[in-house]
Design a protein around this ligand. Structure first.
Ligand SMILES: [Zn+2]
Length: 203
C-alpha cells in the first residue's frame, strides 16, 4: 500500500496524505530547522492578536529562530503537543527564496522546461510562487520582479491545514533538489529573458 504521490519532474516524495510527523522527518533530513507556527481559530489566530495579519501563517514563538531544530525527536515532541500548529523554517539558511507573483512564477516554470534548467522546490502560497534557490552571496531583497525573503522570515511549510491560506508544493522537495539548488542569478536571468529568444535560435 503506497500513498498517492503528486507527479512532477524531479519528484518526489511529499504526498498530500502524509502526516505532519512524517513530513517533518523528511524536512529534517534535508537539514532544515523547523519551528512551531500558529494556526487559525474560529475567531482569528492562535496568537490571539485581533489584528493578526496572517492567521495561522506565522511563528508561534518570538525566539523561534533560536529554537528551530532539525532534530526529528525534538520536532515530533512539539508536533504531538500542538497538533494544530503549522511548521515553518527560516528562509535564507539552507536556501534562499524568491517570492514571485503567481503568473510570473508559472512563466518561469514553463521556461525551466525549455531550458532544461536545474530546478529546486517551489511552494505556492497566498497568490505567489516561492522559488527555492542556492544561497545568495549578497544583494538586496528587492529585485524589481519579486522579492527575496529575508533571513528573519518564517517560511510556512505544508501541511498547514489550519492556515488562513492554502500552502502546497508545486515542485516538492527531494533529497536531490534540496542539495543541487538553482543559482539565484540564473533564476533571475531566466525570468527577464524574452520568451522569443530560444537557445536554438541562430544569431
Ligand atoms: Zn497570528
Amino acid at each position: 500500500m503506497t500513498s498517492p504521490t503528486p507527479r512532477t519532474r524531479n519528484s518526489l516524495p511529499v504526498a498530500t496524505t502524509w502526516t505532519p510527523q512524517r513530513t517533518a522527518d523528511l524536512y529534517a533530513s534535508f537539514g532544515w530547522r523547523l519551528a512551531r507556527g500558529t494556526y487559525r481559530t474560529y475567531d482569528g489566530c492562535s496568537c490571539r492578536n485581533p489584528q493578526c495579519a496572517a492567521p495561522g501563517l506565522h511563528a508561534a514563538d518570538a525566539d523561534w529562530t533560536q529554537t528551530a531544530s532539525s532534530d526529528p525527536q525534538f520536532v515530533r515532541a512539539w508536533l504531538r503537543r500542538h497538533r494544530r500548529a503549522c511548521m515553518g523554517t527560516p528562509a535564507g539558511e539552507c536556501f534562499d527564496v524568491l517570492e514571485l507573483p503567481r503568473a510570473t512564477g508559472l512563466q518561469l516554470m514553463r521556461r525551466w522546461e525549455f531550458a532544461e534548467f536545474l530546478t529546486g522546490p517551489v511552494l505556492a502560497l497566498t497568490g505567489h510562487l516561492l522559488v527555492f534557490t542556492a544561497l545568495r552571496s549578497s544583494g538586496t531583497d528587492e529585485t524589481g520582479i519579486g522579492r527575496w525573503l529575508p533571513q528573519t522570515e518564517f517560511l510556512v511549510l505544508p501541511p498547514a491545514g489550519r492556515a488562513s491560506a492554502p500552502v502546497r508544493w508545486v515542485v516538492p522537495p527531494t533529497s536531490a533538489n534540496t542539495v543541487r539548488l538553482p543559482d539565484p542569478a540564473n533564476v533571475l536571468g531566466l525570468i527577464v529573458r524574452s520568451p522569443r529568444r530560444r537557445r536554438t535560435a541562430s544569431p
